[in-house]
Design a protein around this ligand. Structure first.
Ligand code: GLN
Length: 484
């Protein structure tokens, strides 16, 4: 999945590679989702085609309706029998009128018909554009998309209006009248200063009350104390810290969205705003490192694939180690830290990862002996949650405060175990291992104020109300470095 097209690839505990929206859901609802939470058109067609090949349709003609729509609906019902499932929130992405969305819209129409209107509510999110020249908010696009939905037999129960400006009651009434919903079911969704304010803004618009009314459910008073406190901390920072994020897609912030969010979360408990300095790794050279990285209090090298920009990341890891700047390496960020350490501390001059230089004489990052080098490029990654046992003497243990942790992975290469001895003899601490001790999961440099790297992607598990310990530890170390 190319980050330029897709943004970040989010990974669930059970190893699904999904759209980054799923990460936002996890951060907002503070629940870990699964591969069942992400449905794509590709998955639907794949499954229909497999069923057809297996003869499940008895050689009948396979059509969008009913085969594709039934397959989509089966995903809506997937967790229906589980006693924990009371409500499913299903986002149908895209725009009304998209060719791609049509079977999905037909499926939600059928779904509501099957389970009954009292058991399924449809929320339609629309944009209310603001025309600067005339100072007007326009309701026509909302009316037009609702008309289109009605033409497909779908009547939204609630209309949520995205808007830059306050919608007055007369505008809401107009939308209600032309879109055929009660006045109290037109809710505004104004731009908020901090993303995490959105649920509070929707609560002020009574979304929960309206939803409970539609579904005939009791609506108890929500307990928003923790969320409110988090927002207060976010909105009233007491300090700021500069952290360099060294990547190759620095123009495209969506490619690192979970890392950015995790850094923000890491600053919340200490009321710190993290000022991210985006540093393009391709620009880092021995002669530019000082000017690009000299002014920051922390350096983070995130995950990545391919050779472009990797020399700059290796230099960033070296710069952090030598100048005692707190360092957090994530996945490739750990691999470059090892390459750098092998080269500059252990004296293995051409140490590299075989992904990036297959001819290196010191493949410190390589495939495990049992890994298959052939196979589809999309099918050979280590994906999903894996356990890691921390060395009780390590900094990692001090921040996690747990011996066995679980983190999500998405990578192909591992630390080459043939080099463990030389790395540790030269002072690197292998602070986290798989429980069978076959895989190095975390490393750190003990002779450094804070130099920690992990083969996993801890950013995927950080939540605004529960910052990830590594990010919190890193931001706090950067704060300390800034003071000293
Ligand atoms: N390219 C590296 C690997 O496949 C690191 C991947 C990553 O950073 N997610 O092992």
């Amino acid at each position: 999945m190319n980050p330029i097209q897709h943004g970040e690839v989010f990974v669930t505990d059970d190893g699904a590679e999904t759209d980054l929206d799923l990460g936002h859901y996890e951060r907002f609802i503070d629940e870990s989702l699964t591969k069942n939470s992400n449905v794509t058109t590709g998955k639907i067609y794949w499954s229909v085609l497999q069923k057809e090949r297996r003869g499940d349709y008895g050689g009948g003609t396979v059509q969008v309706i009913p085969h594709i729509t039934n397959e989509i609906k089966s995903r809506f019902y997937r967790n229906f029998t589980s006693p924990e499932t009371h409500i499913a929130i299903i986002e149908v992405g895209g725009t009304v009128g998209d060719i791609e969305s049509q079977p999905f819209l037909e499926s939600i129409r059928q779904f509501q018909h099957e389970v009954g209107h009292e058991n399924a509510m449809l929320i339609h999110v629309t944009l209310i554009p603001y025309l600067k020249a005339s100072g007007e908010l326009k309701t026509k696009p909302t009316q037009a998309s609702v008309k289109e939905l009605q033409g497909m037999g779908i009547q939204p129960d609630v209309i949520v209006c995205r808007s830059e400006h306050e919608l007055d009651q007369s505008l809401k009434d107009k939308i209600a009248l032309f879109c055929n919903v009660p006045n109290s079911h037109v809710l505004q969704n104004l731009d908020v200063e901090y993303l995490y304010e959105a649920p509070l803004a929707m609560e002020r618009e009574n979304l929960a009350k309206v939803a409970c009314e539609c579904l005939n459910l009791p609506c108890p008073e929500p307990d928003l104390a923790e969320w409110n406190e988090m927002i207060e901390n976010l909105k009233h920072p007491e300090r700021e810290v500069k952290i360099a994020l060294v990547g190759k897609y620095t123009q495209l912030h969506d490619a690192y969205i979970s890392v950015v969010e995790a850094l923000k979360h890491g600053g919340i408990p200490s009321r710190t705003t993290v000022d991210i300095q985006w540093v393009d790794s391709e620009l880092i050279k021995p002669e530019t490192a000082d000017s690009l990285l000299g002014g920051v209090s922390g350096i983070l090298v995130p995950g990545g694939f391919g050779v472009r920009g990797v020399d700059g990341k290796i230099l960033a890891a070296q710069y952090a180690r030598e100048n005692k700047i707190p360092y957090l390496g994530l996945c490739l960020g750990m691999q470059v830290a090892i390459i750098e350490f092998a080269r500059n501390v252990c004296g293995l001059n051409d140490a590299h990862s075989i992904e990036l230089d297959p001819k290196t004489t010191h493949p410190v990052i390589a495939l495990m002996p049992d890994q298959d080098e052939d196979g589809d490029i999309g099918g050979t990654l280590r994906l999903g949650s894996y356990p890691c046992v921390l060395d009780p003497e390590s900094r990692a243990y001090r921040v996690y405060r747990e011996e066995t942790i679980q983190e999500r992975h998405r990578h192909r290469y591992e630390v080459n175990n043939d080099y463990r001895a030389v790395l540790t003899e030269n002072g690197l601490c292998l602070s986290g291992m798989s429980p069978d001790r076959r895989i190095v999961e975390m490393i750190e440099v003990p002779e450094h104020p804070w130099y920690v790297a992990t083969q996993a992607h801890p950013e995927l598990k950080s939540r605004p109300n529960r910052p990830h310990p590594l990010f919190q530890g890193f931001v706090e170390a950067a704060l300390a470095a800034q003071k000293s």
